[in-house]
Design a protein around this ligand. Structure first.
Ligand code: PLP
Length: 350
C-alpha cells in the first residue's frame, strides 16, 4: 500500500503557501535583530520575552525525541492535544463533504472540533465491553471518511483498546488513524509510537497535561511520519507554543525520574482506590482502568454526584452517557483526597 498524505489533503491545504515569519527567513545567530518589529528595549517582565519564540520548538523536540524514541522531525507540538486534533481535521477534511469516524463513549473534543469545522461525524459506539466494533466500523466507513479517532486508554471508560482490533484498522484503512494516548503513561500497554515505521497513516497523540502534570502550560504532541508532521506545521498558527511554556517545558523534561515516581504513586493509588470503592455499599461496579481515573457505576449517578458536591468533592457525572449509564468518572487524587472520597461515599450509603 502506497499511502501518500498528499492524496488525503484538502486542495487548499495541498496548495497552501504557509506564513513565513521573520524567524523562518533568518535562522542564524546575529547581534542586532531588527527584522521582526519586536520591542528591542525589552519588556517590563524580563529581558527575554520581547522576542518571538521558536515557531517549531526544536529545543523541546530534541529533548522529547530522547525520551520518546521518536525523531524530532516526526514530532508536532500543539497548544494542547486539542490543537493537534483541530489542525488534523482542518488539513484533511473538506467542510460539508468529508467525515471523521469516532467510537463513543470517548473524548468529546473530536466531535466538537469536527462540528466547529462543519465536518460530519460517523459515530460507531464501542461494544458493551468498551472495545472497537470492527464490523460496524467497516460498514460505516465511506469514500469521504478521512480519519478515525481512537482513544487508548479511552476516556471516560479507562480501558485500553485491544491491539488486535487496532491492527485490523491499521492494515485495512488508509485514511488517517489517530490514536490518542493522553493516558498512556498509566497504562500496561506500550505506545503505538513504535509502530510509526510500519503504518504511514498513523498519528499518535500524547500530552503533557496528565502524567507530566502540566495541564496549564497547554502542550500536546503528535508523532507521525515527517510528511504528516510537515503538513501540520504548515497549518498551525506560527507561534502556537509561547515562550513561557517552552521555557517551563524544557525545564520539566529534565525531571523524567520525578515524573515516573509520580506515575508509580498514581497507579498504586488507582488500584488501591478501585479495590476500596468495590467495598462501598451502593457502588455497583468499578471498571478496570489503564488511566489516572476510574469509571464507577453507582445506583443513582446524579444523586451521588450532587451529594459529593455538598461534601466539597467534584467528580465527573457521566451517568447520561450511552454505555456509561449511572457512572461517575473519578480522577485519582492524592492519597488524602482519595481517602476523603471513600469516606464520603461510605457515609452516603449509611
Ligand atoms: C485530557 C485529554 C487530552 C489532553 O488534552 P490537552 O489539550 O493536551 O490538555 C487529550 N485527549 C484525551 C482523551 C484526554 O482525556
Amino acid at each position: 500500500m502506497n499511502f501518500d498524505i498528499n492524496n488525503l489533503l484538502r486542495d487548499n491545504i495541498r496548495n497552501l503557501v504557509p506564513y513565513s515569519s521573520a524567524r523562518d527567513e533568518f535562522k542564524g545567530e546575529a547581534s542586532v535583530y531588527l527584522d521582526a518589529n519586536e520591542n528591542s528595549l525589552g519588556s517590563p517582565l524580563t529581558k527575554w520575552y520581547h522576542r518571538y519564540p521558536d515557531p517549531l520548538q526544536w529545543a523541546i523536540k530534541e529533548k522529547l525525541s530522547a525520551i520518546k524514541a521518536v525523531k524530532p522531525e516526526q514530532i508536532f507540538l500543539g497548544n494542547g492535544s486539542d490543537e493537534c486534533i483541530d489542525v488534523l481535521i482542518r488539513a484533511v477534511c473538506e467542510p460539508g463533504i468529508d467525515n471523521i469516524l469516532i467510537c463513543p463513549p470517548t473524548y468529546g473534543m473530536y466531535s466538537v472540533s469536527a462540528n466547529i469545522n462543519n465536518v460530519k461525524i460517523k459515530s460507531v459506539p464501542l461494544t458493551p465491553d468498551f472495545q472497537l466494533d470492527i464490523p460496524a466500523i467497516d460498514a460505516a466507513i465511506d469514500d469521504h471518511t478521512k480519519m478515525i479517532f481512537l482513544c487508548s486508554p479511552n476516556n471516560p471508560t479507562g480501558n485500553s483498546l485491544n491491539r488486535a482490533d487496532v491492527e485490523v484498522l491499521l492494515n485495512n484503512y488508509f485514511g488517517l488513524i489517530v490514536i490518542d494516548e493522553a493516558y498512556i503513561n498509566f497504562s500496561r500497554q506500550p505506545s503505538y509510537a513504535r509502530d510509526l515505521v510500519e503504518f504511514p497513516q498513523l498519528v499518535v497523540m500524547q500530552t503533557l497535561s496528565k502524567a507530566w502534570g502540566l495541564a496549564a502550560l497547554r502542550v500536546g504532541m503528535a508523532f507521525a511520519s515527517k510528511a504528516i508532521i510537515d503538513v501540520m506545521n504548515k497549518v498551525k498558527p506560527p507561534y502556537n507554543i509561547n515562550q513561557a511554556s517552552q521555557d517551563l517545558v524544557l525545564k520539566a523534561l529534565e525531571e523524567v525520574g520525578q515524573v515516573n515516581d509520580m506515575i508509580r504513586i498514581l497507579v498504586e493509588e488507582r488500584d488501591k482506590l478501585a479495590a476500596e470503592l468495590t467495598t462501598v455499599p451502593g457502588v455497583e461496579k468499578v471498571y478496570p482502568s489503564d488511566a489516572n481515573f476510574l469509571l464507577v457505576k453507582v445506583k443513582d449517578g446524579r444523586a451521588v454526584y450532587d451529594y459529593l458536591l455538598t461534601q466539597g468533592i467534584v467528580v465527573r457525572d457521566r451517568s447520561n452517557v450511552t454505555l456509561c449509564e449511572g457512572c461517575l468518572r473519578v480522577t485519582v487524587g492524592t492519597p488524602a483526597e482519595n481517602q476523603t472520597l471513600v469516606a464520603a461515599l461510605k457515609n452516603y450509603s449509611k
